[in-house]
Write a new protein. Structure first.
Length: 189
C-alpha cells in the first residue's frame, strides 16, 4: 500500500476483535511514531503498551477520576458512568498510551513538542492500517487528567495525548467523504 492510499483509506475502527496482536507489530507501530518531525530533535514522545491486566489498572484510574467528578455516587446514572469508566480500556486487546514529555531546553516551544507527538500518533495510525490492524485514537477530558499522567509516571509537564486502541478490525469502516482540498486552500502569490 503506498502512502497516499494509506492516508486516504485509513479510518478509525471502534470495534476490535479480542485477539492477541503480535509484539513485533506493536513495536513497528511505536517505531513509526518516533520518525515524526520534532524541533531540536527533542524526541518528546513516550509510549506505554497496555494489555491484559494493564488495561484493568488503567480502568481503575478512570474509575477514581470519574468518582471524583460525580456529586452522587449511588445513583443509577453515576453507577453506569463508573462501570463504563472501568470497562472502557477493555474495548481492545492492546492500548498504546502516547505521552508527551516536553523538553525544558531554552529555545524549545511547548506547542511544538505537542505537535511532534501528535504527528507521531498519525504515523502510528497509518502504520497500523498498513499492517492490516484497526485502531482508534481516543482522548476526552479523562485523558488529560493529572492522575493519568501520574499513573504513567510522567513529569509535572508531561501529559498523555492519545490512547490508541489497537487490534484486528471487527467491522469494515464506511468510506468517508472529505471536503475537496481546493475548497480549503488559498494560494497567495
Amino acid at each position: 500500500m503506498n502512502i497516499h492510499e494509506a492516508i486516504k483509506t485509513r479510518r478509525s475502527v471502534p470495534l476490535l476483535e479480542d485477539k492477541k496482536v503480535p509484539t513485533e507489530l506493536i513495536e513497528q507501530i511505536i517505531e513509526a511514531g518516533t520518525y515524526a518531525p520534532n524541533h531540536f530533535r527533542t524526541e518528546p514522545w513516550r509510549f506505554f503498551v497496555l494489555s491484559g491486566e494493564g488495561r484493568t489498572k488503567l480502568g481503575d484510574v478512570f474509575v477514581d477520576i470519574t468518582k471524583s467528578e460525580l456529586e452522587e455516587l449511588e445513583s443509577d446514572a453515576s453507577q453506569t458512568k463508573i462501570e463504563r469508566s472501568q470497562n472502557n480500556p477493555l474495548r481492545s486487546p492492546v492500548i498504546i498510551a502516547v505521552g508527551v514529555e516536553p523538553s525544558d531546553r531554552n529555545r524549545v516551544i511547548l506547542k511544538e513538542e505537542f505537535a511532534a507527538v501528535n504527528a507521531g500518533v498519525q504515523n502510528m495510525l497509518l502504520t497500523a492500517h498498513a499492517l492490516g490492524l484497526g485502531a482508534i485514537w481516543r482522548t476526552g477530558s479523562i485523558c488529560y487528567n493529572k492522575k493519568v499522567a501520574e499513573f504513567f509516571g510522567l513529569s509535572q509537564q508531561g501529559e498523555i495525548v492519545a490512547f490508541i486502541y489497537l487490534g484486528y478490525p471487527d467491522i469494515e469502516p464506511a468510506p468517508r467523504n472529505r471536503t475537496d482540498a481546493k475548497e480549503l486552500t488559498t494560494w497567495i502569490g
